[in-house]
Design a protein around this ligand. Structure first.
Ligand SMILES: [Zn+2]
Length: 391
């Protein structure tokens, strides 16, 4: 690879899709390819390792070290393909007509490919404000590196970037809001015995069922209290139990039951408030049931720290900028989790805007059209024009 023969976004995407790096897995393979690519252009970058040393995020600046630059942010990991009926090899980018198929083509290596394909343009343009790349890992298992990477960028550069564009699939429409997300496994530990002794023992399934109903009631109570935000679909915080397991036979009182649940909070609902309310309810149940079985317990394991929602005001300069460069004036919100809230909380007002349709993400035959990727290239070109023209 040399700087004299620039790769097209399709060629770069082909390379990126070929790395089957899932969320949670070591990512040096794809990160090394990106670093080699940047090396080929003499672009200096920083890496941000995780605690285990098996993963790294990458960030770099192209342009002058002055305030007012724009961060282009994306994640390098993808979701699994196991059990999905793919018509093509998911890790081999396949062009059919105007459509590129492959895991990550849409979510969100397509955006990364457009960023990287724009490096020659960024280098030869007389940028008055810089562009930053921020490429993370483990986004798909709970935005694990978003805070780490955004914080590293804030701490590393002396200048202050003006904002971030998170290139998650939005059909290149500016998205100013995002729900937060929190995922828990809750385990109830009761006592065991003959089913006839239900009043002398504490059945973990019965107690888990109460907690699950409490969670649904909590969701309904928030809605009833007017906690709705019509920018989102659905317009309320959702609380949902996705799995439950416990018990061994109809005639044995279950001593253990665990369930996985999540909530996706609209910006007006604080994640911690929901967590606190649930935990205090659990403490009440524990106090009550320990009168019957002193070993009764309810335990919670969070899959990740809360991913904050995004709520960028319509009049924020970053929103104007993204409207201008995308050519789309009509903003929206997304109901999926992304790193936008984390970048925003780190001091970089953020807008989600990237190629492809989220409806294609995480499923078999994930795709992105060439037209969307060309649109993303055009958006970055307009960003460059803007940053060249800025005083
Ligand atoms: Zn994504």
């Amino acid at each position: 690879m040399t700087a004299t023969q620039p790769l097209t976004f399709t060629q770069i995407l082909t390379e990126l899709v070929a790395f089957p790096v899932l969320g949670g897995e070591g990512n040096h393979s794809i990160a090394n390819w990106i670093k080699d690519y940047l090396d080929g252009y003499g672009v200096a970058y920083q890496t941000v390792p995780d605690e285990t040393g098996t993963k790294e995020a990458i960030h770099c600046r192209i342009g002058p070290a002055v305030d007012g630059g724009i961060i282009l942010s994306g994640h390098m990991d993808v979701v699994p393909t196991v059990g999905q009926p793919w018509d093509t090899d998911p890790f081999k980018l396949t062009l059919k007509g105007d459509t590129l198929y492959g895991r990550g083509s849409c979510d969100m290596k397509g955006f990364l490919a457009c960023c990287l394909a724009s490096v020659p343009l960024l280098l030869r343009s007389r940028l008055k404000k810089p562009v930053y790349f921020a490429f993370s890992f483990d986004e798909e298992i709970g935005c694990m590196a978003g805070d780490l990477l955004a914080g590293a960028i804030r701490d590393h550069y002396d200048e202050q970037p003006a904002g971030a564009i998170i290139g998650e699939p939005s059909m290149l429409r500016p998205m100013v809001g995002q729900k937060g997300i929190m995922v828990y496994t809750t385990t109830v530990r009761g006592s065991q015995g003959h089913s006839s002794r239900i009043k002398q023992e504490v059945d973990a399934i019965h107690e888990a069922a109460r907690l699950i109903v409490w969670l649904e009631d909590k969701m309904d109570a928030l809605i009833a209290a007017g906690h709705t935000d019509d920018r989102f679909h659905p317009n309320h915080t959702s609380i949902h139990v996705g799995t439950i397991k416990g018990g061994s036979a109809f005639n044995i009182i279950a001593n253990e039951c665990s369930f996985d649940w999540d909530f996706r909070n609209i910006p007006m609902d604080e994640a911690q408030d929901i967590i606190d309310a649930f935990q205090s309810h659990c403490e009440e149940r524990v106090a009550l049931r320990r009168e019957v079985f002193p070993g009764f317990a309810i335990e919670h394991v969070a899959m990740h720290p809360p991913v904050p929602p995004l709520d960028t005001p319509e009049d924020a300069p970053i929103v104007d900028l993204v409207k201008q460069i995308s050519g789309v004036q009509d903003t929206g919100t997304v109901s999926y989790a992304a790193e936008a809230g984390q970048f925003s909380n780190a001091g970089f007002p953020s807008v989600i805007c990237g190629p492809g349709d989220i409806a294609q993400a995480h499923r078999a035959n994930e795709f992105c059209t060439v037209e969307q990727l060309e649109g993303c290239m055009a958006m970055i070109e307009k960003l460059v024009e803007e940053l060249v023209a800025r005083p």
